[in-house]
Write a protein that binds this ligand. Structure first.
Ligand SMILES: CCCCCCCCCC(=O)SCCNC(=O)CCNC(=O)[C@H](O)C(C)(C)COP(=O)(O)OP(=O)(O)OC[C@H]1O[C@@H](n2cnc3c(N)ncnc32)[C@H](O)[C@@H]1OP(=O)(O)O
Length: 162
């Protein structure tokens, strides 16, 4: 069993280690401390998230869906999955150098995601057209695809940047 497929009891240590060629990505140093909804409780019972970049600078995350993300019995709420993809795919655009907000997020839920499980989010910036940055992503563990999404990010107008 790999680290990414282990299941964990709430409160127990969770292995969020990345692949050997990934380096830790410090999201708050880039975007500030505001990402509390998904990333704000690294030892809590909702989400535990760690971001990484691979050698090609693509953003990845290991995410534990805790008991407080439950929707269908024993499985993650669709909104919990959407929140993770909103943050992760938006952050992928920031990591690629674009100061954005998410304008549109289209998610296909492909399989029910068991809670208390570590899964991986992978992302790619697939196009840049003017202010529109398109990011695609997949949430998976091993061969199981839980969700895939297309995220249209829009760069923030200069006057709206703090
Ligand atoms: C700071 C820390 C950031 C942390 C990392 C990110 C992770 C979190 C991600 C989020 O959760 S962000 C929060 C959720 N998103 C929002 O609250 C966004 C709310 N919407 C807006 O603020 C505005 O609608 C938006 C900035 C997206 C666009 O308004 P603007 O007035 O700046 O742009 P405009 O409406 O002129 O649109 C610019 C272009 O984008 C297109 N566009 C905008 N919104 C779209 C949309 N929703 N769908 C499709 N296209 C869209 C629009 O058609 C147009 O295309 P063209 O240039 O070709 O004419």
């Amino acid at each position: 069993m790999t680290a990414s497929s282990e299941e964990h009891a709430a409160g127990a240590a969770v292995d969020l280690s990345g692949a050997p060629d990934w380096t830790l990505f410090d999201a708050p140093s880039l975007v500030g401390d505001s990402l509390r909804f998904v990333s704000g409780q690294p030892d809590g019972d909702r989400f535990r998230v760690r971001y990484f970049r691979d050698a090609e600078q693509h953003l990845h995350a290991r995410i534990w869906f805790g008991p407080e993300t439950e929707g269908p019995p024993g499985h993650a709420h669709g909104g919990a999955v959407a929140a993770v993809m909103d943050e992760g795919l938006g952050l992928a655009a920031w990591a690629a150098g674009y100061a954005i907000v998410v304008g549109n997020l289209n998610i296909s839920f492909r399989a029910m995601l068991p809670i208390q499980k570590v899964v991986t989010l992978e992302s790619r910036v697939v196009s840049v057209e003017g202010r529109k940055i398109m990011v695609h992503g997949r949430l998976f563990c091993g061969d199981t695809l839980f969700a895939e999404g297309q995220c249209l990010c829009i760069t923030i107008k200069k006057e709206n940047q703090s």
